[in-house]
Design a protein around this ligand. Structure first.
Ligand SMILES: Nc1nc2c(ncn2[C@@H]2O[C@@H]3COP(=O)(O)O[C@H]4[C@@H](O)[C@H](n5cnc6c(=O)[nH]c(N)nc65)O[C@@H]4COP(=O)(O)O[C@H]3[C@H]2O)c(=O)[nH]1
Length: 853
């Protein structure tokens, strides 16, 4: 026996002696009860207890041991314990027994048993070798639960480690006491760009990396006061010098023996960049929205409540209220709507809420300053389905101030319907009103009178006193006419100096009163003491026409006759006037064709030099060889030709015809013959005028002095500046110029001085009864005297008898023209007369005098 064996033997005999001495005084009965206690403790011990013989076979086993191996106790007796040991644990078991035997003390190991149901059972076995190595006692503890929790712990640790290692946030564990870094995860190392070892053991604040997260020891301590710290917008410095925006979450907890602070550091660069981009884009949008002309808004609807989401600053310009005022009072908008447009807007909103398609709405609002503004509101609707109901959640829209556009529209509308100068209804408005009025008159059997009014001599006033004066005159006429009429009447301007007045429910008697009122009112020309008069034509519904155009035409015809009879009066339309107008219309149509049909002819009337009695020239006078009416004098067609614009075409025929005739006479040896042509005002001012003269002279080759132009005073005064220019041009060409009908107009002598004329032609009206009428004689004398003083030749026309001739000769008239010498003659007769070389003073009527016109 070695030392250990003898020590064990001593211990065992000491235990037995203690037991024996404890139970020495016990009765048998007590001993049996005591034994039962130990037996129960043995059987129901939580560990399996096995006794093996020295060969390792099971000698005895308690209940727990049998149930651990899943077998009945008798089946186990004599079975080697090793059979229940799992193959990989067999070696450990053999070492255990060997250790127990050799150490003679308790040995222990953990191994795996196989139970009867082949279940692996992790156990801890404590082995004791006793009875001098002939017996082993094994206590077997089921450690399945402990093993399972150890495994779970291991797994959990591995999981957290993996999380720590692979986290995409930087994680740093710092000792709470010292501030020394205990651990950092690879991600943090990566971000910082340094080695892990460079961080471990260092205090957080001594490293520049965390200077803006944990600036110093005191900050670190302060952090620990809070269970949890969250910091946004912090910066993490890196080795590369780049500052990374980070979000830091730290919390302090107990780990093993010490307390630590864990920092979770998240790189938020991407979020920050996105936020910045969003801010920039928002800023851009805001700038755009603030600078556009529209006021942009967004309103949210939630369970019957309205909230203002956005109102662009432009709302202030358009409505006078600031965005804040809208945010405070989302219903402010509705209070601003113009009272008259409320229903329209309500209808519009009802339509939107009913889910109808909608167009932008135009309506008025009252600006904060009280002014009325027109706006167009264009909105988009956001809808959301709640159950089976589709309700509006938001209205986003923009509002444009269209006040100026609206005013321009109104202005355009007004201009389209009114005359801009007088602000009276224009032609088209009158037409519309008349249609309505006639309709009403028809139904109620009333009369409607139409007054067509034209200002006498308006053109002359306009031309001589300037367009400003003309415009103001028209404005004052408009005012006077409005003053003379009732509100149910209509005063309108057709254009130029033509006005039309419609009198509701007026027959001939009432209309006469109004017409007289207008005539008596007169129209003073501002800035002068001149008062102009009107000519008025009147037609009455239904007698003179049942529609507007007929009534207007008939009033115009009546006005024409009022004007022809001297103006300053009114004329009711009659059917006779209509006939005259019709005849005129027919004549005008025939005139248009007369040129093409070569129905015009020229007659020539000699002019006589009173000092010699010879030809001083001749005057070309037009005649119309009408197919039905025969040879017609100018008085029956020249005015119509002038008014209808045909005289220009006719003049373009006359001038070359006269030039060709002079050329022919010259070719026949009749030299130094000249002819005068009457020029109308319209042709004198026509752009083709000068060219027509020049071409005619050029093509015939006659000397310019052979052609004389006769202009009336009225022609000169129609546009003095312009006529003066043309006269100067003609004079420069070398033409003769004379003023026809001199004395009948109102030409001022100051103008006469400026005119480049050669001759004054005294009007025949002064010559007729010159011997008896002292006034006429005075005029003729005056004209002869003017001519003399201005070195102009003077010719008297309409000389019909010898006494007239004698009077003129006595007064010093240089030339004369009239039936006394010769009537106007056709070319053939004039040629013969020219060839005769007659002396008109010796043989006043010439030998050729015959039926002429
Ligand atoms: N009672 C009377 N009458 C006399 C006498 N001597 C001449 N006459 C007429 O007096 C008119 C003179 O022409 P006017 O004053 O230029 O007046 C002209 C002129 O203003 C215009 N006229 C005639 N021919 C032309 C023309 O070719 N072009 C233009 N634009 N107007 C013309 O028609 C007017 C009338 O022309 P006519 O009928 O040819 O009438 C002519 C002529 O026949 C006389 O002793 N007694």
């Amino acid at each position: 026996m070695n030392d250990a064996d003898s020590k064990n033997a001593v211990n065992r005999s000491r235990d037995r002696n203690a037991f024996d001495s404890d139970n020495a005084n016990l009765s048998t009965e007590e001993l049996v009860r005591e034994l039962q206690v130990y037996t129960d403790l043995y059987e129901f011990s939580p560990v399996g207890l096995f006794t093996l013989d020295d060969a390792g076979n099971i000698r005895s086993v308690n209940n727990t041991g049998a149930s651990l191996l899943g077998r009945a106790r008798p089946e186990l007796v004599g079975v080697p314990f090793e059979q229940a040991v799992a193959e990989p644990s067999k070696g450990d078991f053999s070492v255990l027994l060997n250790d127990a035997r050799t150490s003679q003390s308790k040995s222990a190991c953990e191994l795996t048993l196989i139970s009867d149901s082949s279940r692996q059972l992790p156990v801890r076995i404590d082995a004791l070798c006793c009875k001098e190595g002939t017996e082993y006692r094994l206590s077997v503890l089921d450690i399945t639960k402990r093993k399972q929790s150890e495994l779970a712990l291991q797994r959990s640790e591995a999981r957290y480690r993996r999380l720590f290692e692979t986290a995409k946030d930087g994680i740093m564990i710092v000792e709470a006491d010292s501030g020394a870094i205990a651990e950092v995860n690879p991600f943090l190392v990566d971000i910082l760009g340094c080695k892990r070892e460079a961080l471990l053991g260092k205090t957080v604040w001594e490293l520049g990396f965390f200077a803006r997260i944990v600036p110093g020891a005191s900050d670190f301590k302060a952090m620990q006061q809070k269970e949890y710290f969250h910091g946004d917008d912090l910066l993490l410095a890196t080795v590369g010098g780049r500052d990374i925006p980070v979000e830091v979450v730290s919390n302090c907890y107990q780990s093993e023996q010490s307390s630590v602070v864990q920092f979770n550091i998240r790189d938020i660069s991407i979020r920050k960049n996105a936020e910045q981009a969003l801010l920039t884009s928002e800023e851009q949008c805001r700038t755009i929205v603030s600078n556009i002309n529209e006021y942009v808004y967004s309103v949210r609807f939630e369970e019957g409540d309205i909230t203002s989401v956005y109102h662009s600053p432009k709302c202030f310009d358009i409505t006078g209220y600031t965005p804040d005022e809208y945010y405070r009072d989302p219903l402010l908008w509705f209070t601003m709507i113009h009272e008259e447009d409320r229903n329209l807007v309500v209808e519009f909103l009802n339509g939107i809420f009913a889910g109808l398609d909608h167009e932008p709405i135009r309506h008025r609002i009252i600006h904060k300053d009280g002014s009325v503004r027109w706006i167009v509101n264009n909105c988009a609707v956001q809808r959301q389905r709640r159950g089976d109901r589709l309700s509006i959640t938001r209205l986003d829209g923009f509002i444009l101030d269209i006040t100026d556009i609206k005013r321009a529209e109104e202005n355009i509308f007004f201009l389209a319907h009114h005359d801009p100068l007088t602000k009276l209804p224009n032609r088209s408005t009158l037409y519309e009103r008349m249609e309505q009025v006639i309709c009403a008159a028809q139904k109620s059997s009333r009369n409607v009178a139409l007054l067509f009014l034209d200002i006498d001599g308006f053109k002359q006033i306009n031309d001589s006193m300037g367009h400003d004066v003309g415009d103001r005159l028209l404005q004052s006429v408009a005012k006077r006419l409005s003053d003379c009429t009732r509100s149910c009447d209509v005063v309108s301007r057709l254009g130029g100096d033509e006005f039309v007045v419609m009198l509701w429910d007026c027959g001939e008697t009432e209309t006469t009163v109004v017409a007289e009122k207008v005539i008596n009112a007169g129209f003073p020309v501002l800035g002068s003491n001149v008062t102009v008069t009107p000519s008025i034509g009147i037609s009455v519904f239904p007698d003179d026409g049942r529609d507007y155009l007929t009534l207007l035409k008939h009033a115009d015809i009546a006005m024409y006759h009022a004007k022809k009879s001297g103006g300053n009066n009114f004329q009711f339309f009659t059917h006779r006037l209509n006939e005259i107008a019709h005849e005129r219309f027919v004549l005008e149509a025939e005139l248009r064709r007369a040129l093409d049909r070569e129905e015009f002819v020229l007659y020539y009337q000699p002019k006589v030099d009173l000092s010699t009695g010879r030809f001083s020239g001749m005057e070309a006078l037009i005649r119309w060889q009408h197919p039905a009416h025969g040879l017609m004098l100018p008085e029956s067609f020249i005015r119509i030709a002038e008014e209808s614009g045909l005289l220009t075409q006719i003049s373009k025929w006359i001038i070359p015809t006269v030039c060709r005739q002079i050329q022919q006479w010259q070719q026949q040896g009749i030299n130094s013959v000249s002819a005068a042509v009457n020029l109308s005002a319209s042709f004198f001012q026509h752009p083709d005028f000068e060219e027509t003269i020049e071409d005619s002279l050029l093509q015939t080759g006659i000397a310019p002095e052979c052609l004389e132009l006769e202009l009336t005073e009225a022609t000169i005064m129609s546009d003095p500046q312009r006529v003066l220019g043309s006269m100067a041009a003609m004079k420069a060409l070398g033409l003769q110029l004379s003023i026809d009908d001199f004395g009948t107009g109102y030409s001022s002598l100051s103008y006469l001085k400026k005119l480049p004329v050669d001759k004054l032609k005294i009007d025949q009206s002064f010559i007729h009864n010159i011997a008896r009428d002292a006034d006429n004689a005075a005029v003729v004398r005056a004209v002869i005297s003017i001519g003399r003083s201005m070195q102009l030749r003077v010719i008297a026309e309409g000389v019909e008898n010898a006494s007239q001739l004698a009077w003129l000769q006595a007064e010093g008239s240089e030339e004369a023209q009239g039936y006394y010498f010769s009537r106007p003659l056709p070319v053939a007769k004039m040629t013969a007369l020219l060839k005769q070389r007659a002396n008109f003073l010796h043989n006043p009527r010439g030998k050729t005098q015959s039926k002429t016109l």
